[in-house]
Design a protein around this ligand. Structure first.
Ligand code: FDA
Length: 298
């Protein structure tokens, strides 16, 4: 019921538009072009997870390929200016039979398209039951496409060790806090512990030989990341900051204006509802704003 109200209320479309580029490939390309005008880079995610049939997985793959072609045509992809983020579950990982193999095959086709466009692919990280399989896919893809990156989540106990494994030359690691509800057995439950883990992970990544991508809106963590980069004598082209579309936009521009690489995560697609709900859960103030907009006072 709520979903129906959200989808149909005209004012709520404005709220959706803050976080989601739109429903079509052209909408995503337009947002990437707009970001370019303020020196911000983009990573584009075609929304849709837990794909339950093979056709849907292949349609998602084809949308990514089309997106990469459009980005290339508009000269937005070269040197990784606009890249793509892929959830393996959206390209088949959760299929009951041969899910891992199907997801890998589809991800490979997306990587080939990215290669042609002169840009990169980053594998999003989903709930902890998929972490090993996603890192396995990363290893397999990197044999042919050594620029493929992956997300690690600081709320997982294992992540500091994963950072050590992935802090090698050429390795692109996007570090975030983590957005799924995880059990105590695998994840820190307390926000302060998640933050401390994030700092430990940052220390490993910034001291290492890889390319850290600092995906957080948390001002303290952004500051610590910068201090660690300075401490290790990193030049601004050896790491980057990343934030979500619509979140702390002024800060995104400020970071880019200071000459740092600032990449914005741009989701698009018809299946935007689940993504939006996660963003609302992160920030109750957004939810209030959103509900007000539904009753016409937003
Ligand atoms: P935190 O949630 O503590 O927020 C810090 C501050 O940022 C808040 O106090 C507020 O000011 C602001 N803020 C945060 N969220 C906001 C919002 N929605 N609206 C307005 N203000 C907000 N997760 C995952 O599990 N797998 C993944 O693959 C990814 N991928 C990913 C890519 C990129 C580029 C980013 C930035 C994030 C992800 N995430 C993710 C999501 C991530 O795990 C996390 O849930 C959010 O980034 C929020 O965590 P913060 O680090 O921003 O800190």
């Amino acid at each position: 019921m709520i979903r129906g109200a959200v989808v149909s209320a005209p004012l709520s479309r404005g709220v959706v538009a803050r976080y989601v580029a739109g429903e079509g490939v052209d909408d995503a390309v337009a947002v990437a072009a707009e970001l370019r005008t303020t020196n911000r880079l983009a990573t584009i995610d075609y929304l849709g997870e837990d794909t339950t049939d093979r056709q849907q997985a292949e349609a998602t793959r084809d949308t990514y390929v089309r997106l990469l072609e459009h980005l290339s045509d508009q000269d937005l992809a070269r040197f990784g200016a606009a890249e793509v983020s892929v959830k393996l579950s959206a390209v088949g990982q959760a299929l009951p039979q041969d899910g891992d193999a199907i997801a890998l095959e589809n991800a490979r086709a997306i990587c080939e398209a990215a290669d042609r466009a002169g840009t990169t692919v980053t594998l999003d990280m989903e709930d902890h039951t998929t972490t090993d399989r996603t890192l396995e896919a990363l290893r397999a893809l990197r044999v042919d496409f050594p620029w493929v990156g992956a997300v690690l989540q600081s709320y997982l106990h294992r992540t500091e060790a994963d950072c050590r494994d992935l802090a090698h030359e050429g390795s692109r690691v996007r570090l975030c806090k983590g957005a799924y509800k995880e059990p105590e057995s695998v994840a820190f439950q307390d926000g302060a512990e998640v933050d401390l883990s994030y700092v430990r992970c940052l220390k490993v990544l910034m001291a290492g030989e890889g390319y850290p991508m600092v995906a957080s809106h948390d001002p303290r963590l952004v500051e610590i990341a910068q201090a660690l980069a300075n401490h290790h004598g990193r030049s601004p082209d050896t790491y980057e900051f990343q934030m979500l579309l619509g979140v702390r936009t002024a800060e995104q521009k400020r970071i880019a204006d200071r000459g740092h690489q600032m990449r914005v995560y741009v989701p698009f697609g018809e299946d935007w509802y689940g993504y939006l709900v996660r963003r609302m859960a992160e920030r109750p103030a957004n939810l209030q704003f959103f509900l007000r907009s539904l009753v016409g006072n937003g």
